[in-house]
Write a protein that binds this ligand. Structure first.
Ligand SMILES: [Zn+2]
Ligand SMILES: [Zn+2]
Length: 163
């Protein structure tokens, strides 16, 4: 049996959010103990969810109306592009229409929302692109399906979160 006082390393830490969970991890920004469930891996090390969120809040500066603009622009352009896809009729051309429309929609939203970044822009744009193509899906399932996949991933991909 040792009688020496425990060193810093031997002191048991408990997660701040889950007080019954023992851990050795600490957030490298605020220093609070956190369990593996609470730890978020970032390029600069493990951080707690609150610190990650605080960092994202500074990063995202979109205003509420930006989402409205993003939805309206994506929906209108996607409707037009999906209509065009049906008119063309050749499903392999849907690949080009989809990719072109996707990057056009992405660029238009980016410009019209003042190049502000939104936490939810990726979902708003993706959803609106899908919605715009839906009315045509039954008329040409293959073409519009291909269009949908390419346009959605290209347009929404532009707004994917990168920290
Ligand atoms: Zn923290
Ligand atoms: Zn925890």
């Amino acid at each position: 049996m040792s009688t020496s006082a425990p060193t810093e390393d031997e002191v048991k830490l408990y997660c701040t959010v889950h007080p019954d969970v023992e851990t050795t991890l600490r957030c490298n920004r605020c220093g609070r103990p956190m369990c593996t469930r609470c730890a978020v891996r970032t390029p600069v090390g493990y951080r707690c969810k609150e610190c990650v969120r605080a960092q994202q809040d500074r990063f995202f500066d979109a205003q509420a109306r930006d989402y409205l603009v993003a939805a309206a622009v994506s929906l209108a352009l996607s409707l037009a592009a999906a209509w065009l896809t049906v008119q063309i009729g050749w499903f392999y051309l849907a690949i080009f229409v989809g990719a072109a429309a996707g990057s056009m929609i992405g660029a238009a939203v980016w410009t019209l929302t003042g190049k502000r970044r939104g936490r939810y822009t990726v979902f708003v744009v993706g959803g609106a692109v899908v919605l715009g193509a839906l009315p045509f899906l039954l008329r040409a399932p293959l073409s519009v399906g291909i269009y949908l996949m390419l346009a959605t991933s290209t347009a929404a991909g532009r707004f994917r979160l990168r920290l």
